[in-house]
Design a protein around this ligand. Structure first.
Ligand code: NIG
Ligand code: FE
Length: 418
């Protein structure tokens, strides 16, 4: 099956020599081709270039005819967003807590009284695997319409062995049935169940001795995560859990420094985390520690917006030579939006990234943060053909500029229109 997308006003995010991530000044580089074509063969990107090349010498190389031709006149073609941090499988929305927050309660105060993550855990325990699957499936349909092509999904609303396995089995079914590229992340250490308050090391023992072996036994998780923050899990808890997960082949991804400078960045780097996420609270030591590491600092603008948190110093990190990724954190408690186009806008408007940096932060660098940047995150020969065609728009900077509006017209995943 060979598809040609022709007359593309601008093909965005092309790479001749693909890299796994971009950092510092490289983040400002976003190559594009105006008046371009793109060829897809067997779900992969086979060729791209200028229309005039297609008309002339390249004709024979590309071995016409195509099975399908799509005319993209006036439209951009852009690599799909990779959303490297979500909690997309959940049972209930939490707008009543949202109202409590407006009235003045903090996220931590709500969590202390048994709301927050524990509220979601109660509803998750009551839901069947089928119900959770149907709701999640619906949400995936929506993210596809908004231009997302790959997504990481965490467990973490279970907080019991049975419920955590239930969530991870839902994610496995989504992986099997969705055209999206999906990675799963075991976040048993997301909250401390009420009955473990005051002796949370016993819950950590449960995660290590019971949950991790069962999760690994069924091959249910690509990554292991811990909410390492003030009021949640300590650095010592985190170290124990990561060591156990790593033994079973799960690479760490950490929730760090949302509430306070928690040591989460340092522990993540120490254990070779593929990413450390949130980072609203960052000192110079945290930035220093990330330099030269394999760990992707990942900012979650939707969460900071929703909770009115201080902004992560993304600009400062890039200026210090670091890479930065930006993901949605899609979840019912702190970021009830699945919209990566909004994250792209916030990257520019609130964090002062240029459009080029913002695209790299939400495509290639998030692909890296979920371990798929060798096959996704840019337009490069051999990569999966995951991209969207925009509505007619004047330039790619219009994408972040026009916030809150869906600019995606058509979506292709694995070379197939969905
Ligand atoms: O990434 N910070 C921890 N976990 C989620 C929120 C979970 C919730 O409140 O339901 C987050 O923001
Ligand atoms: Fe999160």
């Amino acid at each position: 099956m060979k598809t040609l997308i022709k007359n593309i006003k601008e093909l965005v995010g092309v790479e001749g020599s693909p890299v796994l991530r971009k950092q510092g000044k490289e983040m400002a580089q976003l190559e594009t081709i105006k008046d371009a074509f793109l060829v897809i063969e067997d779900g992969k990107i086979a060729a791209f270039g200028k229309m005039e090349e297609l008309k002339n010498s390249q004709l024979s190389i590309l071995n016409f005819p195509f099975d399908r031709e799509v005319d993209a006149t006036g439209r951009m073609v852009i690599p799909s967003f990779c959303d490297s941090h979500t909690h997309l499988v959940y049972a209930n929305s939490r707008e009543l807590e949202f109202v409590d927050k407006i009235r003045g309660l903090s996220y931590e105060e709500i969590a202390k009284r048994g709301g927050g993550i524990l509220n979601s855990a109660k509803a998750t325990a009551a839901a069947t695997e089928e119900e959770l699957y149907d709701m999640a499936q619906q949400r995936l349909e929506e993210v596809i319409r908004l231009g997302t092509g790959a997504i990481e999904i965490k467990s973490g609303y279970g907080l019991s062995t049975e419920s955590e396995l239930k969530l991870l089995r839902v994610i496995r079914r989504l992986k099997e049935n969705s055209p999206l590229t999906i990675k799963s992340n075991f976040l048993g250490a997301h909250g401390i169940p009420m009955e473990y308050r005051g002796h949370q090391e016993d819950y950590v023992d449960l995660v290590i001795n019971e949950m991790i072996p069962l999760v690994a036994g069924e091959g249910l998780a690509d990554f292991i995560d811990v909410f390492c923050d003030q009021g949640f899990f300590t650095v010592a808890d985190t170290e124990r859990i990561l060591e156990a997960g790593i033994k079973y082949g799960m690479r760490p991804k950490i929730h760090a420094n949302e509430m306070a400078i928690s040591g989460g960045v340092q522990v993540g780097v120490k254990y070779g985390a593929i990413s450390v996420d949130h980072l609203e609270q960052m000192g110079d030591a945290e930035i220093e520690c990330l330099k030269g590491s394999e760990t992707m600092p990942t900012v979650l603008p939707g969460c900071a917006f929703f909770l009115n948190l201080p902004l992560s110093p993304a600009r400062k990190m890039i200026d210090a030579g670091l890479p930065v990724a930006m993901a949605s954190d899609y979840n019912p408690g702190t970021a009830p939006s699945n919209n990566m186009q909004l994250i792209l806008s916030m990257a520019c408007i609130r964090y002062r990234l240029t459009p080029e940096e913002a695209f790299n932060a939400t495509t290639l660098n998030t692909a890296y943060a979920m371990g798929v940047s060798q096959e996704l995150g840019s337009i490069a020969v051999g990569k999966k053909a995951n991209f969207y065609i925009t509505k007619p728009i004047p330039s790619y900077a219009y994408m972040p500029y026009s916030f809150g509006e869906n600019k995606v017209e058509r979506t292709f995943l694995n070379g197939v229109e969905v």
